[in-house]
Design a protein around this ligand. Structure first.
Ligand SMILES: N[C@@H](CCC(=O)N[C@@H](CS)C(=O)NCC(=O)O)C(=O)O
Length: 240
């Protein structure tokens, strides 16, 4: 059975959605990143970058176990292994790769930096907040125009790219500077899929208060802040 290392964030949810969509049995291990679980030696042995999500598939290539990390790589691994949710023409495949790379390099990192500077950073830097707000909104505009042209990100069919985009749109839509009607319509279709609903709900009750309502209910204490944004965790990794 696949082992999923997970917490209920947009990057984690890409993979819980995918495992549900592929109909694969999996066992979840929670990685509480605010408690520093990502820096435990057993997890760093699975992902040397010390971030969730990650999976271990006991039936990898040649029947040998494999660990896969970086959510985009996990999605491609599952799609290629099971021959599903990725177009089988070369053109369709490239189309998927373009939008998946755009998701991984654009929305994820920019959305993450926006959330950090706008909500979690202890020193509020107006120019950093504005920079990432503008970049998030530029990207949301690109996404909106794409799904105004095609039913799904890679074209006519629902693919792993939509699984990657959906949780990030759900997280960032409140930061949208204007209505995004095409994205709303696309999200309506994706969000009604039962597998997407199950994936989004996985360990939802384990969301930390510090991240619900963007830290406004309960701010991170010094230790948590240092684990997530300081050098404590990295130092712990490097000394092992
Ligand atoms: N590019 C990575 C990003 C993973 C990532 O940033 N994970 C975050 C949670 S969403 C994490 O584990 N953070 C813990 C830390 O930075 O120490 C992916 O898509 O898998």
């Amino acid at each position: 059975m696949i082992a999923l290392y997970y917490s209920p964030t947009p990057n984690g949810r890409k993979i819980s959605i995918a495992l549900e969509e592929f109909g694969l049995p999996y066992e979840v291990t929670e990685v509480d990143t605010l408690a520093g679980d990502q820096f435990k030696p057993a997890f760093v042995a699975i992902n040397p970058n010390a971030k969730m999500p990650a999976i271990v598939d006991p039936e990898g290539p040649d029947g040998m176990p494999i660990s896969v990390w970086e959510s985009g790589a996990i999605l491609l691994y599952l799609a290629e292994k099971h021959g599903k949710f990725l177009p089988d023409t070369q053109r369709g495949r490239i189309e998927s790769l373009k939008w998946l790379m755009f998701q991984m390099a654009g929305i994820g990192p920019m959305g993450g930096q926006f959330a950090f500077f706008a909500f979690y950073a202890r020193e509020k830097l107006p120019f950093a907040i504005e920079r990432y707000f503008n970049e998030v909104n530029r990207i949301l505009g690109v996404m909106d125009r794409r799904v105004a042209e095609t039913p799904f990100f890679a074209g006519d069919d629902y693919t792993v790219v939509d699984m990657a985009m959906f949780p990030w749109w759900e997280a960032l839509k409140q930061a949208s500077s204007e209505p995004r009607p095409a994205l709303e319509a696309w999200a309506g279709k994706v969000g009604e899929r039962p597998a997407v609903q199950r994936g989004m709900a996985l360990l939802d009750n384990r969301q930390r208060e510090e991240t619900i309502a963007r830290g406004m209910l309960s701010p991170m204490n010094d230790d948590t802040y240092d684990i997530l944004y300081g050098r404590k965790g990295e130092a712990a990794c490097l000394t092992r």
